[in-house]
Design a protein around this ligand. Structure first.
Ligand code: CMC
Length: 390
């Protein structure tokens, strides 16, 4: 009736019930369907995590093989979609292209517009998980002016993505197992994160009955911002701008200065007020990858020193600001050869399964209502209107 809670930024508002992901921000715990992110990052692959998020159980080997096969069979996008790409400027930001092209999938899969059927909803989910790597790789190929590469059914999810990104006609692209493993782990670590801004956006869009592709396009748009998924791109740009260890104190001072809008990118989180467990795994992965690839990246030294200085600074300790998942992922992606402006697309690709699992869960719940926050009106009270002619 007349009462509501005023909670800008939804600092304390529970918007839904969910059984997908659990976070204890004070303890640094992240569980998907009850399984710890550390266990999953070590022993499961992304496809298994996708299955768990969508089906609320770990797959048997047979279910795993079936699921993998289903995803593999849905990786192609209609050739007409290439026309859509060709309408973009060649230097368009890949997130701009991804937002448009994923939404455009709704014009191809008319059956998926019936969102009342749970089986049909799962089919849409499989299509999206399967086609996101294809679309993301197409964004990259379009930017660099190379022909699009077809998905390959003999490769794993991560290998197929790397192949669509980096193979060029008449030149063999050799997929390093270490790189494929690191890519798969980045996907796993970004798969879901309960009611963050983009997931809440997908849920809100879906609550009106919008189709799954339109909802995911809304999620991509929300993820783009530098306070959310755009932080991985912003973090690497920041590390490059810092450039050398001796310039770190200058940037730390800027981050602490309330008159300077600068923030340390890759630091802080709304929910984690201890460490971000994904960052711990990503940090280890980062060292492994650089070692296995024999890369000595000076940015890693800058990152490690920055982390050390910030963690010992009372400002960051008081405000409980720790490195988040985006702090290390950019260094790994850079080592793999992925350009900075593609980083947020990789996040979107990986998060699609989380978004669509939440969408499916929401529509499976009885009594689901359209999301409709209230507001605190601060405008004029009723005033007299004078027609312009007077
Ligand atoms: N550098 C310097 N100061 C910071 C930072 C930072 N990265 N993050 C927060 N603060 C300060 C902020 O100025 C504020 O100080 P005060 O209380 O004196 O006004 C205090 O800490 C609380 O910040 P807030 O903005 O009210 O906290 P929030 O929960 O609304 O914001 C955040 C969380 C992630 C948006 C923020 O920490 C941030 O902007 N971080 C940098 C961007 C980033 O790395 N984002 C990726 C998040 S993890 C991946 C994902 O899930 O998207």
């Amino acid at each position: 009736s007349g009462y509501f809670t005023f909670d800008p930024g939804f600092m304390a508002t529970g918007s839904c019930e969910s059984s997908i992901t659990f976070i204890d921000g004070a303890k640094g715990v992240l569980l998907h369907r009850g399984y710890s992110i550390e266990d999953l990052a070590r022993d499961a692959d992304y496809i298994e995590v996708c299955y768990m998020l969508l089906h609320n159980k770990t797959p048997t080997s047979e279910e795993y093989a079936d699921f993998k096969n289903t995803i593999t069979r849905h990786t192609l996008v209609h050739d007409q979609l290439t026309n859509f790409f060709r309408g973009f400027r060649r230097d368009a930001h890949p997130m701009a292209m991804l937002c448009g092209t994923v939404g455009a999938l709704s014009s191809f899969y008319h059956d998926d517009l019936d969102i009342s059927d749970p089986e049909q909803r799962l089919r849409s989910a499989y299509r999206l998980v399967a086609k996101m790597p294809t679309l993301v790789a197409m964004c990259y190929k379009y930017n660099v002016g190379q022909p699009f590469v077809y998905p390959r059914n003999d490769l794993s999810y991560a290998e197929n993505f790397l192949n669509m990104m980096f193979s060029v006609p008449a030149e063999d692209y050799e997929i390093s197992p270490a790189v494929a493993r690191a890519m798969d782990r980045i996907f796993t670590l970004h798969a879901d994160h309960e009611q963050n801004a983009s997931t809440s956006t997908v849920r809100l869009a879906g609550s009106s009955g919008a189709n799954p592709y339109a909802c995911i396009a809304a999620g991509v748009a929300s993820l783009w911002g530098p306070a959310h998924g755009g932080a991985n791109e912003a973090c690497l740009n920041m590390l490059e701008e810092i450039g050398s260890v001796d310039r770190i104190p200058e940037f730390i001072a800027r981050a602490k200065d309330k008159n300077d809008p600068f923030r340390l990118m890759g630091f802080g989180h709304r929910v984690y007020k201890n460490h971000d467990p994904r960052a711990t795994v990503m940090r280890e992965s980062c060292h492994e990858v650089l070692e296995e690839m024999n890369i000595d990246d000076p940015l890693l030294n800058v990152a490690m020193e920055l982390e050390k200085i910030a963690l010992n600074d009372p400002y960051f300790a008081e405000k409980k600001l720790f490195p988040n998942v985006d702090f290390y992922s950019g260094i790994i992606l850079k080592a793999i050869g992925i350009p900075t402006n593609m980083f947020t697309c990789i996040f979107a690709l990986a998060r699609t399964v989380g978004w669509i699992s939440h969408w499916h869960e929401m529509l499976s719940q009885p009594g689901q209502k359209i999301g409709r926050p209230r507001q605190l009106y601060t405008g004029e009270t009723l005033r007299k209107y004078t027609p312009i002619k007077k």
